[in-house]
Design a protein around this ligand. Structure first.
Ligand SMILES: *Cc1c(COP(=O)(O)O)cnc(C)c1O
Length: 358
């Protein structure tokens, strides 16, 4: 029975329907982990040093206002400091966004399949998830998402590029969509992978938010910046929304290690972007290799590729594990992160062998 038990404390019945977040499988010492879209490079020396130095004072609480990082971000993106809100990864910020906008009876729209945290954090807030199926090609169905809006809609996630398919939404399409959304509904453009985009038609969410008070941009240090383990992400939004985020965030959620490492990362951006470029080149090699094998796959603009394998997804993942690469199976397909070249090559050979069984 939902939420009840003869002995234990009474829990909220809404939790019964919530799947727990499934992290990418940890890889054994001899396997390549291509399951969580992490940056395969070790931290840059200067970034590591910043974190280690900050570790020397972790008996103290961190700067609750995240002053240094906020100022650095405001400068970097040309936005007022009041428009920046940080959190424990962009998932933490996304959760704060939902807590700030939606509760029981309210609806949160997102494409599906998309980032698996969306339905979970929506339900944790007691709000109703409204998943809108992506197209057969792996794109957001923006018209269907508009049609799903009701008077109860409070927030819409747009994942650009989409995790796990890698598909992007172009500028004209996204502007038309946002401008058709009622002004009192918050549109959150999740740009976790923006640094990997090479398609010039994809807009930068920051250009879209500037004169649209109901648009919020979500960014993270977990992917291109390589700070996944430190948990730091941020939103850029107009003051009303950003202020609400500071109320709903966990106090002192972003550690001083994370704050200082993020600042150091921004300052080391040039070196980091060289690594990102190498990953983009690896992506091109992997995509070309898969297509040469006969796979029909979306044109990923993120640091992963998508094999729409349907019910054979688990089987593919098992074959990959057997060969020494950990990938991420979903019911609809398999997502494979772009990692070290050797890992990517093992994945390509698994894909080639599997292709012959289709
Ligand atoms: C990885 C990812 C995030 C970032 O998560 P963090 O909490 O910042 O580590 C956000 N959105 C999407 C779509 C992602 O894939």
């Amino acid at each position: 029975m939902s939420g009840t038990s003869a002995q234990g404390p009474r829990l909220r019945p809404t939790l019964d329907g919530i799947p727990t977040y499934k992290p990418g499988k940890p890889a054994g010492a001899d396997a390549y982990k291509l399951s969580s879209n992490e940056n395969p490079y070790e931290p840059l020396p200067g970034v590591l040093e910043a974190a280690v130095t900050a570790a020397g004072s972790f008996n103290r609480y961190p700067d609750m206002a995240v002053t240094g990082l906020t100022e650095e971000l405001a400068e970097r993106f040309g936005v007022p400091v009041e428009h920046i809100a940080t959190g424990t990864g962009s998932v933490g910020v996304a959760q704060s966004l939902i807590l700030a906008t939606a509760g029981p009876g309210d609806e949160v729209i997102f494409a599906w399949r998309s980032f698996e945290a969306y339905p979970i954090i929506t339900q944790v807030a007691g709000a109703t998830p409204v998943p809108v199926p992506i197209t057969a090609a792996g794109d957001h169905d923006l018209d269907a998402m508009l049609a799903a809006i009701t008077p109860n809609t409070r927030l819409i996630f747009v994942c650009n590029p989409n995790n796990p398919t890698g598909n992007v939404i172009h500028r004209a399409e996204l502007e038309r969509f946002i401008d058709a959304v009622p002004r009192d509904v918050l549109v959150v453009v999740d740009e976790a992978y923006i640094e990997f985009i090479r398609d010039p038609e994809v807009p930068n969410g920051i250009d879209l938010y500037r004169d649209r008070p109901n648009v919020c941009v979500l960014r993270t240090f977990s992917k291109a910046y390589g700070l996944a383990g430190l948990r730091v992400g941020f939103a850029i939004a107009h003051e009303q929304v950003a202020t609400a985020l500071r109320k709903t965030a966990v106090p002192f959620g972003v550690s001083q290690l994370a704050q200082n490492a993020a600042v150091a990362s921004l300052r080391a951006e040039e070196a980091l972007l060289v690594r990102v470029e190498a990953l983009v080149e690896e992506r091109a090699r992997v995509v070309a290799g898969l297509r040469a094998q006969g796979w029909e796959i979306p044109d990923s603009q993120a640091n992963f590729v998508w094999l729409p394998l349907g019910e054979r997804s688990a089987e593919f993942a098992a074959a990959a594990t057997e060969a020494g690469v950990i990938v991420r199976p979903f019911p609809e397909g398999v997502r494979v992160s772009i990692g070290e070249a050797e890992g990517n090559s093992i994945f390509l050979s698994v894909a080639e062998a599997f292709r012959k069984t289709l």
